[in-house]
Structure formats: C-alpha cells, structure tokens
Write a protein that binds this ligand. Sequence first.
Ligand SMILES: Cc1cc2nc3c(=O)[nH]c(=O)nc-3n(C[C@H](O)[C@H](O)[C@H](O)COP(=O)(O)OP(=O)(O)OC[C@H]3O[C@@H](n4cnc5c(N)ncnc54)[C@H](O)[C@@H]3O)c2cc1C
Length: 467
Amino acid sequence: MSRRAVVVGAGLAGMLAAAVLSAAGVEEVVVLERDDLPEGPEQRRGLPQGRHAHLLMAGGLAAMEEIVPGVSLRKRLLAAGAHEISLSSGMLALTPEGWLRRWRREGPVMLTCTRALVDWTVRAAVLERSAVEVRKAAVVGLTGSAGRVRGVRITGPDGEADLDADLVVDASGRGTRVLAWLDGLGLAGVRTRTVDSGLVNASRVYRVPAGAERFPLTIVQANPYVSRPARSAMVMPVEGDRWLVSCGGSRGGEPPADPEGFLRYTLDLPDPIVGRLISGAQPLTDVHLSRSTSNVRRYLEKAPGWPEGFVVLGDALGTFNPAYGQGMSVAAFGARVLGGELDRADGLGEPGLARRVLRGAARSVDAAWSMAVSQDVLYPEVRGGRPGVADRVLTAYTRRVAKAATGSYAAASAIWDVTSMRTPPTRMFHPGTVLAALAGTPLPPLNGAPLTAGERKVLAGLDRTGR
Ligand SMILES: Cc1cc2nc3c(=O)[nH]c(=O)nc-3n(C[C@H](O)[C@H](O)[C@H](O)COP(=O)(O)OP(=O)(O)OC[C@H]3O[C@@H](n4cnc5c(N)ncnc54)[C@H](O)[C@@H]3O)c2cc1C
C-alpha cells in the first residue's frame, strides 16, 4: 500500500483506525495525540468522560477483537479485573416500564471496567502488534486544498510544523475542530444538528464493601415518558474491587457535586436501591461532574464537496447521550469500515475512498443517534429537537416491547440484542419481537428488585438510610 497515514487522537477510534491502517500495509502510521499518555490504566486530561461509567457492549468488543486479532482483548480486560455481566441474569435494572426479571438462561454479555483500562488495553495491544508510532502533538489544521487533504498542521514542543500524509483520519473526539479545519480549506456547508437535553453526569468511586463483591450491577434508568427531567443512577463494578457510581440528569434534574447531595439524589430516584447500597460504602474519590454530553451530529458524509485523503471517525462524526453505552462500539465499527474499504482499495489515494468510509461509518452513528435522540427529545426543556409523528409512533412501539420485556424472554432478548449492539435496531421489528410485543408480558410485574436472599441480606447490611 501507500506511504504515510496520520491519525489525529490516540483515543479508541484513533488507535483502532491506526491498527487497520497498519494491517492494510500502510508503511508509516503516525498517531498524533496532544495528551501525555499514561503508562498504565490511568485517567487523563484529554478523556474527561473517563471518570464516568462506560459499558463495553458485546458488539463493540467483537469489532475491536476483529481489528486487533490474535490477542484476546476480552481475556486481557478480564485478567486486569474487568467484570463480564450477563444482560439476562447479572443485572438489577429498573426501567420506565418496571423491574426487569433475571432469567436463568444466559443472554449477551457486556464488560465493565474503567474507561482508562479499556483505552490502555486497546492501545497496548495495537502498539504491540502493529508498527504504529504515537507522537505527542496537537493538530491545529489541515493542509492541502478543497479537493485533497495533504497532511496536518501541528503544534508540538518545537513549535508549528506541517506533516504530510496520504490519508488523514480525524479521531479527535467530541471536541473536534473539523468544521473550522474544513473551513480553512475553503469547504463550508456541512450540516450539523445538536440535540441538547442539558445532561449532566456525576460520578464517584467507592470501595466494594466486604461481602458485596458479587452484588449485581444495579441501574435505575431515566424515564422519558413522564414529562419530567431525566434522573438515573448506576452502580457498576470495575477493576480493583471498586464500584463506579454514575448519576445522570437532564436540564432541571442535574445531579449535584457535593457528597450529601449526590447520595440524596440516588435516594430520591423512583427506587432508592443505589443510595441504600452506597450509604454504607467507603468513597475513594470526590464526585466528578461533566456537562458536555449533548448529542451532536456532523453530517460530513453528506457535504456537497469532500476532499480526498480525509476521513473522520468516532465521536468526531457524531456523539450521543451516553445512557445507552454506544460510543466506544460505534468508534470500533467506524474503524472496521475503514479497514474493509482499505482492503478493497488500490492504495490510500484511490478516488472516492474517503467518502465511502464516511458513508459506511455514518450508518452505525445514525443507528446509535436515533436510539439516543428519540428518547432525549421527550425530556422537558430539550434544545434542538421535538418529537415528530414518526418519533411518537416509534416510541409507542418501543414502549410496548419494553413493557413486554419485563416478563417475556422473547421481548427481553430482542432488547438485549440491540442494546449489546450485536444486531442492528431492525431486530426490534422481527416477527418474533412484534408477536411478543403484541402478546405482552405473561408474568405479573415485579414490585421490587429481583434480589436473591443473599443479596437482600447484603443490601440490608449496607443500608445506613434506615429505609
Ligand atoms: C459521561 C459519558 C459516559 C459514556 N459512557 C459510555 C458507555 O457506557 N459506553 C460507550 O461505549 N461509550 C460511552 N461514552 C462515549 C465514549 O466515551 C465515546 O464515544 C468514545 O470516547 C469515543 O472515542 P473517540 O476515540 O472518538 O474519542 P475520544 O475517546 O474522546 O478520544 C479523542 C482523543 O483525541 C485527542 N485529541 C483531541 N483533539 C486533538 C488534537 N487537536 N490533536 C491531537 N489530539 C487530539 C484527545 O486527547 C483524545 O485522546 C460515554 C461518554 C460520556 C461523555
């Protein structure tokens, strides 16, 4: 293949893109990262979202393992302390339609650990297997013309310089300056859409109390159907015998950063289980807040003109409300599309390659976007979107499946398949799912969390709230 590819950003999209470029035979793959990258699984400045709970869905993990073959990322993550959680039996989840049952049958799984561990594990595996170079530099613009990008302009320890490349991949995340960079080449007219529910995330790490090591991941989901702000909380086990507890609230329902307020927030949810659990656990950190979590879609693949030699992947193409745990998987799907197109192409300079990659990557962005935005527009005071007739019809059907899922294995497994990103959202319209939705739940609703006797005892032992 051809000579040099430059990737902007050493996050997940960037490292996975670098891996496929190297596998496609590109001679020199340079990843430019403005952050100092830690030696281990540590939080860093350029990834503020890393302080909050990140669920790694099975579909995304499978794509990552395809991109970095020969090392089982799953095994490495588990060996480093990640947890594998069955969606069918390993979770306590209160949904807007009621508590989900725990089934004896195994369903899809997801991995839980810190975001820092996912990034470090993927980065280490890519660097081990591929001749990829990571350089510290911040990209400040593109070089070339409206017809072809020829490289990037960087600032580094030695000042400003240009770095030529046959292909540039922007994987610089939700803060990307891609529109300004395109403007610098004389390319305007990219349509963007922002749907902002004012979501705020607040997270705190706790030590898992003795005896609670096997307590399931616990989640109280937000309810978009009650004309009130979103409020949610999750206790997620991560490596190092810790619980990462994340709350999320939309405008008017934001979680606070003070420790007492944080606990009160979890106790005031429709079920106080999260607060009861953490009331007796030892906090290891302060509460960290993040505010920049609006849904932003840059329709780059639809731009009237697009330069050869320039591709955009991951959050830089689209970001969405993280409640559905999709962003890391979408980053992996985008890198996989790049790999597929490179395999079919005759060199990095092949006309139309960049546009084809963008279009392919945009498909999984759109699926994730629809799932997040169709719910976010239902919250009060959302900016940038209102539910249309199609949204309302879709919402009514999704609610019906979700209601059935509280007691029907067929309906629940459709939701797990879509949530785990193993199948596209069209799975919700398979005949078996439609029938399950029409039939409703054959079992009565649960009136509390489906705890085992042992878990009930653990919860009672931890509870300092007197409830
Ligand atoms: C609160 C929250 C919770 C989330 N939870 C989940 C979840 O449960 N599951 C899930 O799958 N996803 C989740 N996400 C989404 C996930 O974090 C993102 O989708 C994912 O990080 C996207 O990866 P990326 O590589 O595109 O961008 P990033 O991971 O943001 O990486 C971008 C990289 O580019 C670097 N960079 C930026 N600008 C420049 C520049 N000019 N020059 C050089 N380097 C630069 C940055 O330092 C960074 O290293 C969550 C997001 C948030 C905000």
